[in-house]
Every structure is written in structure tokens, then in C-alpha cells.
Design a protein around this ligand. Structure first.
Ligand SMILES: [Zn+2]
Length: 228
């Protein structure tokens, strides 16, 4: 219990830092500049208690303590997912924890940049590769797997050309998912990811939402099923 708690605290702290890096990268800032966390609206330096994951959001009732600007619920929700996933998957194998933390923070980073600026940095997808040590897929690097990736990639790029609704970053994410899992798991992840994106899109009355956060949640759920 104590070790699980410590692991959760460390991971959610790293998640906060990854969130900061993702937000600053899309605005071409350095992670360490400005030196302190500030409100995006009023640029006021944030107090320590405002930075506590989830609790800071609840205490401020979803608004900046200084200027009253609304804080997106995306941030406490992503922190909650990080805490729950870490608590659920904790084991006494440090390699196991390290690989899952790496994958979790990668998914968070991709989601943040897509949510904030509708971009992803394809190089960041390599953070998912260590999962191959846990999942050890039987089809890894077989000719069948490579043909599968080429076919799926071709289909997705044609779909993107015809519909203009699918981003190139989304396609890279789906191809990496297929590289790590297999086409059945990829289909499940994409289906659930699309549903998770469509529901808030309907609620927000047609406002276009990024796909990667939904795919990331779906990826995490699939991982939980695999590990349980
Ligand atoms: Zn503010």
C-alpha cells in the first residue's frame, strides 16, 4: 500500500511536469522558462497548493484563484487517469513499473500537445516501444505484421485524402498501435477512441475535438484488460 502510494505520487508529479513541457513546447517555450508555473490567462505565479494534482483544481473550483479564468477539466481528468492506472498496475518489478510509466507519460504528452495545439511530435511515439517487453507480441516484426502496417497505413492515408477529417498525427498513432499490438486490438482501440471523442463533440455541439486523447484513453483501457 505504501509503495503503491509513493509510486502514484511520483508518477503524477512526473505527469504534471510532462503536461507543463507539452504545453510549453507547442508555444515554443523552454520547459524551464518561465521558471515557475504561471496562469495562462493572467500570468500570475501559481502557489504550491494550486499545483497539487486534482486537489488544486477542486480547491479552486475549476477557476484560476487570481483572475477567475476557467481551467480546463482535461487536466484534472488526465491526472486522475494517471493516478488510477498507476495504482492498478503497480507491481514490485521496477522494470514493469518503469515501462508502464514511460508509456503512460508518452500517452499523456501526445494528448496534451494534440489537445492544446492539434499537433503531435511523431518522435514521442517511441516512448510506447518499451511496451513490447511486456506485451511480447508473437507477430512482432514478422512479414505478416509489416504487410498489415502497410495496408492499414495506405487505407488511412486514402481516408485522410478523401475526408480531410483524419490528422497525420492520428495516423502515426494508429500505426504505432498496430506495431505494438495487432490489428484486432488496434481496431478495438480506434473504435473506442472514436466513441470517446464523438460523445463530447456532440455535447459541445459539433466543436471539433482532437482524436489522440480518446485514442490514448482507449489504449490505456486495452492495456488494463491485457494486464488483468
Ligand atoms: Zn489567472
Amino acid at each position: 500500500m505504501l509503495f503503491t502510494l509513493i509510486n502514484c505520487v511520483v508518477t503524477v508529479t512526473l505527469a504534471s511536469f510532462v503536461t507543463l513541457c507539452g504545453q510549453r513546447q507547442v508555444t515554443h517555450q523552454l520547459p524551464w522558462q518561465p521558471q515557475f508555473s504561471i496562469c495562462d490567462n493572467c500570468s500570475h505565479r501559481l502557489c504550491w497548493w494550486q499545483l497539487i494534482p486534482v486537489i488544486g483544481f477542486i480547491v479552486q473550483r475549476g477557476k484560476c484563484h487570481w483572475c477567475g479564468a476557467r481551467i480546463s477539466s482535461f487536466f484534472p481528468l488526465s491526472e486522475t487517469v494517471v493516478i488510477l492506472f498507476t495504482a492498478k498496475t503497480f507491481s514490485f518489478s521496477w522494470q514493469h513499473n518503469l515501462i508502464l510509466t514511460c508509456a503512460l507519460l508518452t500517452l499523456l504528452y501526445l494528448s496534451i500537445t494534440d489537445f492544446t495545439a492539434q499537433v503531435i511530435y511523431p518522435l514521442a511515439l517511441t516512448g510506447l516501444l518499451p511496451l513490447l517487453f511486456i506485451l511480447s507480441p508473437s507477430h512482432f516484426l514478422t512479414s505478416q505484421a509489416l504487410i498489415e502496417i502497410v495496408l492499414i497505413g495506405t487505407f488511412l492515408f486514402i481516408l485522410q485524402f478523401l475526408t480531410k477529417g483524419l490528422g497525420t498525427g492520428d495516423i502515426y498513432f494508429i500505426l504505432m498501435t498496430d506495431f505494438i499490438w495487432h490489428w484486432e486490438a488496434t481496431a478495438q482501440i480506434v473504435l473506442i477512441g472514436c466513441i470517446l471523442t464523438i460523445i463530447p463533440t456532440i455535447i459541445k455541439r459539433g466543436k471539433k475535438l482532437p482524436l489522440i486523447p480518446g485514442l490514448a484513453i482507449s489504449f490505456i483501457v486495452r492495456l488494463l484488460f491485457y494486464l488483468s
